[in-house]
Design a protein around this ligand. Sequence first.
Ligand code: HEM
Length: 481
Amino acid sequence: MWGFVLASVAFALVARYLLRAVFQGKRHLPPGPKPLPLVGNIFDLPAPTDAAWKVYAEWKQKYGDIFYFRVLSSDVVVVNSFEAAHELLENRSAIYSSRPWVPMAGDVIGWSWTLPLLTYNETFKRHRKYVQNYFAKPRVHLFYRFQRREVHRMLNDVLDSPKNYREHLGRMAGGIVMGIVFGHDARTQDDWLLQVASRGSKTISSVGPVGAHIVDLIPILRFVPDWFPGAGFKRLPPGTRKAMSDMRYVAYNYVKEKMAAGTATECYVTELLEMTQNEDEEGVRDTAANNYSAGFDTTLAHLIVTIMMLTVNPVMQARVQAELDTVIGKDRLPDFADVDNLPYLQCVILEAMRWGVVVPVGVPHAVIQDDVYNGMFIPKGTTIIPNAWAMLHDPEIYPDPETFNPDRFLAGEGRTPAPDPREPLFGFGRRQCPGKDFAQGTSFLTIASLFHVFKFSNALDAEGKPIPIDTAQNEFSVRYV
Ligand code: HEM
């Protein structure tokens, strides 16, 4: 049986290799490392433990802004410059807005229903519309009350137990989404619905980078039984599939029960069910679940990078606090209306987005028809990796890119601020993050409030000496005074 499967794989590869050679002919692919026959560049790929975005940024020096490699029969183009990414993923988004098939996340773990993984089809368009319209910029003020409530709770929690600030921020970020999406007040860390959502979300991050598994490269392996030698990727940690499925169904069913009992609070689920007249329960349920999974880790990571960089740069922290003191004073907490009066704080947040790109190789897109860019042929089905890290660490655009320097975004007489990092950061075109305006509201209020109330500095060791913060590793320990 396995001899037959392997022979079929080999046959399919040879056939595709020959067909490609015939049909692609002399079409000029983007430059890239020289592929081996059949297997392509499989041995050139960065190891899963390498920072792929940095490896690709190095390749950029050799091959240019966009380069091509092939893994078995899959074509991949990495886009390292903002201009190229904008042209392909934004201006040509009608054909560059699909997603590559990622069998590990989609089939093996079971995330194929989630919006970020949906290919460009009718289901995607419908689901995307729900989320995009709900979190659209003109509506973000509707979420302020949830953001305010949870940020203020978080401040109290940090005051009570500063060492657990990460957990408090996590609860806050999760609590905001739970309130908006399910009308649920997740007040504590161990809130049962927050736990369901958090366990479900972890099922994707716990198995490593999406798209980098052996089964993503050789999809036929997904049919190999769990017990087969080498099929370790199918032996998921116990409870993985149940946790994923609970995330999809439990909170949604809970809201439905409350609706039946007449006790539901208005939220994403109730509003969308009404808008769709209960005719697309699956769409409402699935998009509700992915709002948490797509928005939680990203928001939290960005907040932590910002706090870390203000902690290792006490002069910048003092400048943020001086601005907050002048604008807000001592008698109240910051609020959304203050944002335009806090230009330095805004620059700090932008610089944290640029410096600490939380989705460094973006989320891959896929092109649905053959295309040509600057004379280079990009075959239909190619996976497009937007290397946001390379775009935001390009020394031509952001001089001395490894230095955390909020001043690069300051406008003023005789100064041209550095380009806004938000397009690469939140992605491109029809797949651009639909939660970006909402996420920025959470980020602003959290950082403004935390630094208005607390001072952050290094934790101390047993002898009272500050413990150095390793920004390269994103590992750090912070205390509050
Ligand atoms: C700092 C916070 C965030 C960052 C940096 C971020 C970044 C991103 C990026 C890079 C993408 C992929 C874009 C592309 O494919 O071109 C994305 C997609 C997505 N984000 Fe966010 N995001 C954040 C917060 C949020 C929040 C709070 C929500 C929830 C409302 C959210 C919901 C989504 C969804 C549903 C998608 C998939 C969109 C699609 O595939 O069409 N994100 N995000």
